[in-house]
Write a protein that binds this ligand. Structure first.
Ligand code: UD1
Length: 430
């Protein structure tokens, strides 16, 4: 078992380089299934969600080669089995992208209901609505969703809510369908746009990604490309908040400042200085942190994936802050862990109420999901004393080299291997 151990209180300094966006790379890896030639991704981050995706593709017969640490070649022409192994599908949310990609190529897909971070109910009804509109039948048997279509025919899909997953899945299924598909009320996140750009670079005809309406003209053939995925706005935001919370001064490199706009606005409201350059931002504080109100919203609003981190920052702001979660039902599991560290943070329905305190103190805590884990790392960096974070497999799902990157910014942070005394291994060996 591994833990992250932090001796807090060191203001971060120096620079950190952001990796490719997890939520763009995952669907792009699934989208390689649609390509009729080999594809090279230049900057695949080494995170466990990507490892899962690569294993899934291999298990179905694809030829995957690591050309270097982050450069991966995908040849999915040898892929024959349109079925994701059950346990692999239930391990993470992005396995749902194999539904759209396999349906688009084979007109058939078998993928278990996806897993992923426990943020409340996360149905896939909008994904299925799009597949049905394109002509696919779906069944659910033994926890596995199966899709079949004689052929896929372009159609009009109106989503009942903004869903990143459903918008991308509909694009994947429609890109090789006959005729035109029109998707209305689409998610506009930068990763939706990047998936469309990737597919267009291979010859797809997708128009309007990043707006409410996406139009797709089905094509027959997608050619091979070398592609570089956009930087991760959430990873960048996490380092920006960490700099602010430790009273540091850092440069966050390899970012698209436009994608960080809502995070930058929130940080400035809290009293943090953010200077924007072409592909980097400088973040530092000169005085006290101020209380504020923040509400998560679909892009271009404040991202739900930054809610735990910004709430953590506000535990050290003067006065009372309210952070309201509008996307997911249950995304405050980190609050009780922050209370162990001395934070005054209380959940009230779909909001947290935070009374700023002068300091946090280190404690043993556990990550409950990916972004909650990142929030605890930030808290540990700012706290007095030692913080030990367990369940770090959640953090490894989405942050490449997080310990190395924070060490590079001067933090006293390390990965420690511990013995789990409740482990079956011990019982077996006893
Ligand atoms: C993606 C991201 C996740 C991010 C979220 C919102 C990936 C792998 N995950 O998740 O990090 O937090 O976007 O930006 O990219 N909904 C339905 N029915 C559906 C689909 C969604 O009711 O069929 C609801 C969800 O329960 C949620 C809201 O719509 O309340 C938004 O979810 P969605 O945008 O689909 O999130 P994910 O794609 O699961």
């Amino acid at each position: 078992m591994e833990k992250i151990v932090i001796r807090g209180g060191v203001p971060l300094s120096g620079s950190v380089t952001i990796s490719a966006a997890k939520n763009a790379v995952l669907p792009i890896v699934a989208a390689t299934i649609l390509c009729d030639e080999p594809v090279v991704l230049e900057n695949c981050p080494q995170i466990s969600d990507i490892t899962f995706c690569l294993k899934i593709l291999s298990s179905m017969g694809a030829d995957i080669r690591m050309l270097s640490k982050n450069k991966v070649r995908f040849d999915t022409r040898s892929l024959r089995i349109p079925k994701v192994p059950y346990e692999m599908a239930t391990a993470f949310r992005a396995s749902s992208y194999f539904l759209g990609a396999l349906l688009g190529r084979f007109h058939e897909a078998h993928v278990a209901m996806p897993g992923g971070c426990d943020l409340g109910d996360r149905p896939i009804d909008q994904h299925l609505k799009a597949f049905t509109a394109l002509g696919a039948e779906n069944t659910l048997d033994g926890g596995e969703v199966s899709l079949y279509a004689d052929k896929l025919i372009g159609s009009l899909v109106y989503f009942d809510m903004n869903s990143v997953g459903a918008t991308i899945n509909a694009i994947l299924a429609a890109v090789k369908a006959d005729g035109y598909t029109v998707l209305e009320n689409c998610a506009k996140e930068p990763h939706v746009v990047d998936v469309a750009n990737f597919l267009n670079s291979m010859g797809a005809e997708i128009m309007g990604a990043g707006t409410d309406t996406i139009k797709i003209k089905g094509v027959k053939y997608l050619k091979g490309v070398e592609y570089s995925v956009i930087p991760d706005q959430i990873e960048a935001g996490t380092y920006m908040v960490a700099a602010a919370m430790t009273g540091g001064d850092i440069i966050v490199k390899n970012v698209i400042p436009k994608h960080l706009e809502s995070i930058i606005v929130a940080l400035r409201k809290i009293g943090v200085t953010v200077e924007e350059f072409d592909d980097s931002v400088r973040v530092y504080t000169t005085g006290d942190l101020r209380n504020t109100k923040i509400r998560t919203m679909a892009h271009p609003g404040f991202p739900t994936d930054m809610q735990p981190q910004i709430s953590t920052l506000l535990t050290l702001a003067k006065g009372t802050s309210i952070v309201t979660e509008e996307i997911f039902d249950s995304r405050f599991a980190y609050a009780k862990e922050l209370r162990r560290m001395g934070a005054n943070i209380n959940v009230n329905g779909k909001a947290v109420c935070i009374e700023g305190v002068d300091k946090l103190s280190g404690a043993p805590v556990n990550a409950s999901d990916l972004r909650a884990g990142a929030a605890l790392v930030i808290a540990g960096l700012a706290a007095e004393g030692t913080t030990e974070i367990g369940n770090i497999h959640f953090i490894e799902r989405g942050y490449e080299n997080i310990v190395e990157k924070f060490s590079g910014l001067g933090a006293n942070i390390k990965l420690v291997h511990t013995i789990d005394y409740s482990d079956n291994e011990i019982k077996k060996n006893a």
